[in-house]
Design a protein around this ligand. Structure first.
Ligand code: OXD
Ligand code: MN
Length: 594
């Protein structure tokens, strides 16, 4: 089918010539089309239909065993100059990237169908939004993109009407061979090529690839910001809703925070939470001089294991219908389960690798065999979330009062602190870090620096990215206040001191009050912290002395931190903005005085 958009026709022709699919199918986003695609996938076994009485509209999928997570080592930023990708990204020249991937793409869709998915990140037609077109040979990708983005006819019509630019996204499963897998970004060509994988983060190209890596580069050029942040609204008893955007490295509970249920004490006061997004924020300065944000996605791609009615009741409600479950345990009654999920452990099932499973099984090394993969996922329409904001489709998004950074720091950062100003806030974000948990690859407890949680997602030189943040701050009036939180501080017995989850609202209440100048704070060497008694602890009793420990600033630990930051900053050489060097020196001086 030839379209009016010449650039689109030409590009699809080129890709088809390379991949040689048997046929090309344009995706329109209709319900009938979805049913047809599901039917085909049930036939080939790509999908299994789940129990439609208990889980209407839900389906099940397994990825290849070697293809269960994002592969950062195989992810590249392809720019003419290495400097433009910066010291934190894998780099190739565009020529090398196209050649290497073309070798794998060549003829890889013979006997397959190439689907054309026009999609919009952000509400269709919003000044924030960007259009992409993904070509893929995977029905699973089409059905996931149907949930994660606005897609189909309406987007194609818009693209043709405006004859506008779009991100060219080519995905092919090829042989699903880890040695023939590449996730390539070409910011200079507004293009993404992903080959050899079927895992969400590598293949739902609207998400990490477009909405973060390509969008961050576009944002730098066009003057806006693409960030790895949740967005949530906190409604106070007067009905005022303060919105925050928060960045945490993976495995810090971003999805849970975004849809938190107020603890009893604050619920009675009248607090409510409105979820805007759980992973990505696109932010720009509006005509009022303030920072406004949208969630460019239309669905959630979350981790199953550990999600249950206690950790995230809103999420469990959302998963009751129209969800794609990937790499979870399939129960005999065609419902699903995962470790750390609701209900008792099933007595049997099919594990994420498609093998018969029973509790207590061990592998050849004596390690427990889990029913679900630790990174098992669900893909669910965001509108299924009971506390979804009514501003999701607003073209202007929501005004951001506070930016919150966080990480897992067992001994260092206090429960919450506020930066002195925007520049100091950028330093706090740039030096963000998290300690590895057992669920992550690498040594447990090791600190991984992850500036603004963007280390794996910034599509250009991170030195320039910090400069972009500093520049934006100067243009806002007023800029949002910047905070750092740490839900994971441990006591001398290695026990978490803060209960987390619902109780995190006690900290968010203080943050919103600070943004509205309704509460004073105590100045310390690292920033402002709450005055004693200013966090509302109604209904929460912590052991005596815990609050003191949660806010203690340990001189030796902060001195070690300074050494570690200096080491990290060295990576950037001359590209590190002078403002961040100045903030470092200032912190060093304040810590020395403790
Ligand atoms: C994600 C991630 O999947 O950050 O959202 O890894
Ligand atoms: Mn993420």
């Amino acid at each position: 089918m030839n379209r009016k958009h010449k650039g689109l026709n030409k590009w699809i022709k080129e890709c088809a010539t390379l991949c040689q699919p048997d046929k090309i199918v344009w995706i329109n986003g209709s319900e009938e089309e979805k049913n047809q695609l599901e039917k085909e996938a049930f036939k080939t076994g790509e999908l299994i239909q789940l129990n439609q009485k208990k889980m209407p509209g839900c389906v099940y999928h397994n990825t290849a065993v070697n293809d269960v997570a994002r592969t950062e080592k195989l992810t590249f930023i392809c720019t003419k100059n290495k400097r433009d990708a910066g010291p934190t990204n894998n780099w190739m020249t565009p020529k090398e990237g196209y050649n290497k991937a073309a070798e794998i793409f060549k003829g890889s869709m013979k006997g397959r169908t190439m689907y054309v998915i026009p999609f919009s990140m952000g509400p269709v037609g919003s000044p924030f939004s960007k259009i992409g077109v993904e070509l893929t040979d995977s029905i699973y990708v089409v059905l996931n993109m149907r949930i994660m983005t606005r897609m189909g006819k309406e987007v194609l019509d818009r693209l043709e009407k405006t004859n506008g630019d779009f991100t060219k996204c080519l995905h092919g499963k090829a042989e699903l061979d880890i040695n023939r897998r590449l996730i390539l970004h070409f910011p200079e060509d507004n293009t993404i090529w992903s080959v050899g994988s079927g895992y969400g983060g590598n293949v739902l190209l609207g998400k990490k690839c477009l909405a973060l890596r390509i969008a961050s580069a576009l944002g730098k050029k066009e003057g806006w910001m693409a960030e790895h942040m949740l967005i949530m609204g906190i409604e106070d008893p007067s009905g005022y809703i303060g919105y925050i955007a928060a960045a945490f490295p993976s495995a810090c509970g971003k999805t849970n925070l975004a849809m938190l249920i107020p603890p009893e004490g604050l619920k009675r006061k009248g607090y409510r939470i409105w979820t805007v997004g759980d992973d990505i924020a696109w932010m720009r300065i509006d005509s009022d001089g303030k920072l406004w944000a949208i969630n460019p996605e239309n669905g959630l791609f979350g981790v199953g294991p550990g999600t249950n009615a206690k950790t995230n009741l809103n999420m469990m409600e959302a998963l009751k219908k129209d969800t794609i479950f990937t790499n979870v345990l399939l129960k005999p009654d065609k419902t699903v389960w995962w470790e750390g999920g609701d209900g008792s452990q099933p007595r049997s099932g099919m594990d994420w690798q498609g093998r018969p499973w029973k509790p207590g099984q061990v592998d050849e090394h004596g390690q427990p065999v889990t029913g679900a993969h630790p990174n098992a996922r669900f893909t669910v329409p965001i509108k299924n979330v009971p506390c979804i904001t009514n501003r999701l489709d607003h073209h202007h998004g929501v005004p951001i009062s506070a930016i919150v950074f966080g990480g897992r720091r067992a001994k260092l950062a206090p429960l919450v602190y506020e930066s002195f100003d925007w520049q100091h806030g950028v330093f706090v974000g740039a030096t963000m870090a998290s300690e590895r948990t057992a669920a992550q690859f690498g040594k447990v407890g090791e600190v991984r620096r992850d500036p603004m949680a963007m280390l794996p997602f910034c599509g250009y030189n991170m030195g320039d990215y910090f400069k972009h943040w500093l520049k934006k701050g100067k243009k806002m009036s007023p800029a949002p206040k910047v905070f750092h939180v740490n839900w994971f501080k441990k006591d001398e017995n290695d026990k978490f001191m803060w209960p987390g989850f619902s109780d995190n609202l006690r900290v968010l209440e203080w943050i919103i009050d600070r943004c509205r100048d309704q509460v004073s704070a105590k100045k310390t060497a690292i920033g402002y912290i709450p005055n004693e008694g200013d966090l509302d602890m109604t209904g929460l009793k912590l052991p005596k002395g815990t609050m003191k420990k949660l806010f203690a600033i340990n001189k030796a630990a902060w001195r070690d931190e300074l050494v570690s930051i200096a080491e990290f900053f060295k990576k950037f050489g001359q590209d590190l903005p002078k403002e961040l060097r100045a903030e470092y020196k200032a912190l060093e001086k304040r810590i020395a005085k403790l």
